[in-house]
Design a protein around this ligand. Sequence first.
Ligand SMILES: [Zn+2]
Ligand SMILES: [Zn+2]
Length: 152
Amino acid sequence: MEELLSQIITPEVRMAVTVIVVFIAILYVISIIWVIRDSYLRGSNPVIWGIISLVPFLGAFVYAMMRPPMLLSDKDEQALDFALKQRELMKYGECARCGYPVEREYLMCPRCGTQLKNECKKCGHALNPEWTVCPFCCTSAGRRRSSQSSKK
Ligand SMILES: [Zn+2]
Ligand SMILES: [Zn+2]
């Protein structure tokens, strides 16, 4: 029996086994590093996941199944994108009082009711308080600005 074993386990086989073991050990270490780094990037707790990943391979596998689906930086980007898009939709500035995004044609802030623009007496278009003439129908905008300031 021992003779048979020594016949099977030649130095070459021993060498091959060592290489495989080292390879698996390296994979194991990489899997732990990956889990810690990835959980950190995804806003998860890297300490807890690092401990879980100490279970050889199973830990990293469990993490791969349960990790948060989005990277933190992606999340930030998405929030920024969303805010930008919202601003695009509600173009042309924001309410001076509450900062709510408002459109060019708004006469009043939909959130706090502050008067934003004057209304043309003739055609009803929204006019900037600075405008003296309505650019849509050429009617004089008159002194409607004073009514805004007296309201305040
Ligand atoms: Zn407002
Ligand atoms: Zn007009």
